[in-house]
Ligand binder design. Structure first.
Ligand SMILES: CCCCCCCC(=O)SCCNC(=O)CCNC(=O)[C@H](O)C(C)(C)COP(=O)(O)OP(=O)(O)OC[C@H]1O[C@@H](n2cnc3c(N)ncnc32)[C@H](O)[C@@H]1OP(=O)(O)O
Length: 224
C-alpha cells in the first residue's frame, strides 16, 4: 500500500477542488443527517417505507456516474493532497464525524467533534474502536504537521474511563523521532476529563522514504 496513492491521476486545480467541495460537501452533511435519522427514527411504518424508497432513488441517481471503490488521495496543482474519503476527516465521507484539526506550527494538533449515537459502543458511550480511530488519525496528523509523516506501525490505547457520547476533544503531539520512526502521543478528552491516552509509532514506508520532504509539505489541514 502506498502512502501517496493514485499516481497517474491528473492533479486538480484549486478551483476544481472548490467546485467539488461546494457540490459534495452539503450532500455529505445531508447524508450524515440521514444516517442519524435512520438510527433514531420512530416514524410510522409507511413513512419508513417511503423514506427507504427515496433513499434508494437517491443512491441510484448518485450511482449513474461513479468512480471505483474509494476516492484515494487526490493531488492538487498547488502540491497539496486531499484525502476526501478519509474515515475521520474526509470532506466527502459521511461516516467521518468529521474532525477538523487545528495545529501549531511545530505539530501539536487538536480537533473537536460532537459524537452522537452513530458512534455508540456500550450504552451511552463511544465505541472503543471509534476512540482508537480518532486517536490514530490525530496522532498520524500530528506526525504530518510536525514534518515526520508516516503510516501507523503501532498504536497503543489506554482507556481510562468511558467516553460519553457528546462533545469530544482529541489532542496529539510528536514526542520524538528516532530514524524513520515518529513517536506520537495523544488524548481523548470530554467534559469528564481524559478518557483515553495513546502512544503511536508512525513510519514512512521504505518505498516512499525518498519522498519524505514532498509529503511533509503536502498535507492540507482539515482535509485528511
Ligand atoms: C494524514 C494521514 C494521517 C494518518 C492517520 C491514519 C493512519 C493510518 O490509518 S495508516 C493505516 C494503518 N497502518 C498500516 O496499514 C501500516 C501497515 N504496515 C506497513 O505498511 C509497514 O509495515 C510499515 C510502513 C509500518 C513499516 O514497514 P517498512 O517501511 O518496511 O519498515 P522497515 O524499513 O522494515 O522498518 C523501519 C523501522 O521501523 C520499525 N518497525 C517496522 N514495523 C513496525 C511496527 N509495526 N511498529 C513499530 N516499529 C516498526 C523497524 O523495526 C525499523 O526500526 P529501526 O529503524 O529502529 O531498525
Amino acid at each position: 500500500m502506498s502512502l501517496i496513492g493514485d499516481f497517474g491521476v491528473d492533479p486538480m486545480t484549486p478551483e476544481q477542488f472548490d467546485a467539488e467541495a461546494a457540490l459534495f460537501g452539503p450532500l455529505t452533511d445531508s447524508v450524515r443527517t440521514l444516517m442519524e435519522a435512520t438510527l433514531m427514527s420512530e416514524a410510522e411504518a409507511d413513512d419508513v417505507a417511503r423514506a427507504r424508497a427515496l433513499v434508494d432513488e437517491a443512491a441510484a441517481l448518485l450511482n449513474t456516474r461513479r468512480g471505483g471503490i474509494a476516492l484515494g488521495t487526490r493531488w492538487g496543482t498547488d502540491g497539496i493532497r486531499r484525502s476526501w474519503g478519509n474515515a475521520v476527516m474526509g470532506l466527502r465521507n459521511p461516516v467521518a464525524p468529521p474532525l477538523e484539526f487545528t495545529h501549531d506550527d511545530d505539530g501539536p494538533s487538536w480537533a473537536e467533534a460532537e459524537l452522537g449515537g452513530l458512534y455508540e459502543g456500550p450504552p451511552g458511550l463511544v465505541h472503543g474502536g471509534v476512540v482508537a480511530l480518532l486517536l490514530d488519525q490525530a496522532l498520524g496528523s500530528a506526525a504530518f504537521y510536525a514534518g515526520s509523516p508516516g503510516m501507523t506501525g503501532t498504536l497503543t490505547v489506554r482507556y481510562r474511563q468511558g467516553t460519553k457520547l457528546g462533545p469530544v476533544r482529541v489532542e496529539a503531539a510528536l514526542d520524538r523521532v528516532e530514524g524513520v520512526k515518529s513517536f506520537v502521543v495523544g488524548t481523548v478528552i470530554t467534559p469528564d476529563g481524559v478518557c483515553a491516552e495513546a502512544e503511536g509509532i508512525f513510519i514512512l514506508p521504505r518505498e516512499v522514504r525518498h519522498l519524505a520532504g514532498e509529503l511533509a509539505q503536502s498535507f492540507h489541514p482539515g482535509e485528511g
